[in-house]
Design a protein around this ligand. Sequence first.
Ligand code: MN
Length: 298
Amino acid sequence: MTAKSIIRIDSAPPRHWVGDGFHVHSMFSYNQDAHLYSPFLMLDYGAPYLCEPRDVANGATPRGVGSHPHRGFETVTIAYSGEVAHRDSSGGGGIIGVGDVQWMTAGSGLVHDEFHSPAFSQAGGEMHMVQLWVNLPAKDKMTKPGYQAITQASIPQATLDMASTRVGSVRVIAGEYAGYTGAASTFTPMNVWDVRIAAGQTVSLPQPEGWTTLVLVQSGSVTVNGGKSAGAAQLVMLSRSGTDVEITASADTQLLLLAGEPINEPVVGYGPFVMNTEQEIRQAFVDFNAGKFGHINE
Ligand code: MN
């Protein structure tokens, strides 16, 4: 076994607004170096932020992102604190709260909206979330839209203890770790793990040879394979070559580990549509404007 090497460590850029409700750091997007991040297309990080009600509501109206389309990929929203309400034209929807995940397959196209939940928008509190976009291979881009509502309780958790000391834990949202199979089903092989490591401990999280491997540090501080340290709101990109990923925490740490088999196909995207060719993007606009993505039932 050889160690994956660190390719780069990127700090979060300034936050920007998604709609009028989600204030996020865009850690990467398909507009730049898409091939390096494949099968992942975009990572918006809503770092922990204490929201007053006025930050998440306009009076009695929750803030968020109004009705908009997607085609050709999946959106994965992970809530660590706060609550997000969602509705889509395939009939999916609900509220995801602490520890929950919504895994939405836009496929051939749907329309959805995303808002702070009514309760959270009135009370405020800490908001901490991630939205990850996962590409679909060309053969599945026009698959039927779908929605996996994944509750905290349904996500397998491996706890890592030595003697009576808590070393860490791995919540397996997707993929497989130490015999635990992830809650989400995916179109291509990947690991999406919510990882906690106690201060001073080292955890081995090997990833397959050839896979894109990314570590988003959410709190704490780590070194990966003995390299430079990375802290909160930094993204570590590891090499596809090698398999070993040894993470040492110098403080209590929470991180998101994303690894996946690259999809070696062209990425042509425009806003909420990500396809393989310009022609397919033009067709997405034609189909959306013709109402083929459906409507949200009020
Ligand atoms: Mn969306």
